[in-house]
Design a protein around this ligand. Structure first.
Ligand SMILES: *[C@@H]1O[C@H](CO)[C@@H](O)[C@H](O)[C@H]1NC(C)=O
Ligand SMILES: *[C@@H]1O[C@H](CO)[C@@H](O)[C@H](O)[C@H]1NC(C)=O
Ligand SMILES: *[C@@H]1O[C@H](CO)[C@@H](O)[C@H](O)[C@H]1NC(C)=O
Length: 442
């Protein structure tokens, strides 16, 4: 049977190990000294050292930095650098956030990866933007921002975006620290504010410059898969080619890349998410037509939820394939091997976990960054992303990911069902007087 230190048979890894352990031990010592690093830990108030401010909205670094450890140091269930030996037959994770003691300290970021031509995006978002101004942005602006990531293959400037969406650039003479931080983070962000809102049903426009909705916009090089380089092609060539997935709805390259990006690369590469407790994903053609009947961020903090969704669905087998179950099997077998005993997913006996066709429609979903940027979940994300004959064959978008990611580490009690917010049949228009049904996706 393999020893617990089974890694030592790999000379390359062995050479790395002492350095990794030293770094991990230092970071863990720091975490433990601060009383963090354990599930369910809470934190009081903001960290003034990392705080920045945008017209009354404050943000501070909430990450424990566990996702920044060298790959593999903490990510395995029986990593010897874990503070405690692995306690159960179920998978566990090391939260990369503490829960805010005060629910009003919760922060969410809607991440929108904008692939393709600017005109395509403008057409879609302009069809919904008045409703953002009238219902959605207005309701969430207290604790939630929008992060717009514009594909560097197509975007060269953000000025037009500001004009089309009625945004104002943040005044960097009065907000120098904020602008500097934003410009240095990831590939650089421009900070915009939206102060023009709309009062329905009169359709009256009004300004609230002191209580804006905040938008970070950046032009970004999204990672492309290495098979492109091996074929001696460039991404630009693949983008204009007739490349299609073999299975599912024969999606094109950009669709497959940009929907899938959320499930692994988003957590792996976006440092701006360090300032938030929750990620959200909202499709750019989601329409809003009613008042949001709850403060989602606040509720997620109060109830310690790891995920919320707005629609359960079954994908056809042609969009799932055998690879999904195989990637899970590989992950469980590798983790079990490192522990020398069988490990299970926490939701192993739940229908939504065992049936691979079960998904959440991901036009409007979100999750806790404490779990989604934990080293253990990133470990599965990496396998999911690179598993052969998987995303590029069966067109796995992010919607195939969330059920599997949740079930590895949660029995479902951490999942908040907000499906009552969605209107499924938009044919008759917004339902009259139904203020709790506040969006549809057409
Ligand atoms: C936030 O803090 C963590 C832990 O100290 C650190 O690893 C990370 O780099 C910080 N993030 C940013 C964006 O400064
Ligand atoms: C890729 O290009 C390099 C350099 O031009 C060449 O040496 C190599 O044979 C090419 N490989 C393939 C698979 O075409
Ligand atoms: C999974 O669920 C779908 C939808 O309910 C059902 O049609 C299918 O038979 C289920 N598959 C298995 C293996 O139970």
């Amino acid at each position: 049977m393999r020893q617990k230190q089974g890694w030592s048979w790999k000379p390359l890894i062995a050479a790395w190990r002492p350095l990794q352990l030293l770094i991990a031990a230092n970071i863990l010592a720091l975490c433990l000294a601060e009383g963090s690093g354990h599930s369910g830990e809470v934190v009081d108030g903001p960290d003034p050292a990392t705080m920045f401010e945008v017209q009354g909205r404050t943000f501070w670094n909430k990450s424990l930095g566990l996702d920044q450890l060298p790959h593999g140091v903490l990510g395995h269930q029986c990593s010897s650098s874990r503070p405690e030996s692995h306690p159960t037959e179920f998978l566990t994770y090391t939260p990369n956030r503490r829960w805010p003691a005060n629910p009003s300290d919760g922060r969410s970021a809607i991440v929108m990866a904008v692939g393709g031509e600017p005109e395509r995006f403008y057409t879609r978002i302009e069809g919904a933007w008045y409703e953002w101004q009238g219902y959605f942005a207005k309701a969430i602006r207290q604790n939630t921002v929008l992060i717009l990531l514009l594909d560097a293959n197509f975007w060269t400037e953000v000025e037009t975006l500001g004009e089309k969406l009625h945004l104002e650039r943040l005044d960097c003479t009065t907000h120098r620290r904020t602008c500097d931080l934003a410009a240095r983070m990831d590939q650089g962000y421009t900070v915009f504010t939206l102060s023009l809102f709309i009062q329905y049903p009169e359709g009256r426009k009004y300004f609230e410059p002191q209580e804006p909705f905040i938008i970070f916009a950046g032009i970004k090089d999204f990672p492309h898969p290495f098979w492109i380089d091996r074929r001696n092609q460039t991404e630009a060539e693949v983008l204009v080619s007739d490349w299609k997935t073999d299975k599912c709805n024969r999606a094109n390259y950009a669709y497959t890349k940009f929907t899938n990006w959320y499930s692994y690369h988003m957590f792996d590469e976006l440092r701006i998410l360090d300032y938030f407790d929750f990620w959200w994903k909202v499709d750019d053609d989601t329409r809003w037509f009613g008042d949001l009947p709850l403060d989602i961020t606040r509720k997620l903090v109060e109830e310690r939820r790891i995920f919320f969704h707005t629609a359960v669905f079954y994908d056809p087998w042609s969009c799932v394939g055998p690879s999904l179950a195989q990637s899970i099997e590989l992950f469980l077998d590798m983790e079990s091997d490192l522990c020398s005993r069988p490990l299970r997913a926490v939701a192993f006996d739940k229908e939504w976990w065992t049936n691979d066709t079960y998904i959440y429609l991901s036009e409007f979903v979100g999750g806790w960054l404490g779990m989604y940027t934990s080293p253990e979940l990133l470990e599965y994300g990496r396998i999911w992303n690179y598993y052969p004959y998987a995303m590029w064959t069966w067109r796995w978008g992010d919607q195939q990911f969330w059920t599997k990611a949740n079930g590895l580490f949660d029995d479902g009690s951490g999942i908040l069902d907000l499906s009552y917010l969605k209107q499924h049949d938009p044919s008759g228009g917004p339902p009259k007087g139904e203020t709790s049904m506040m969006f549809y996706h057409g």
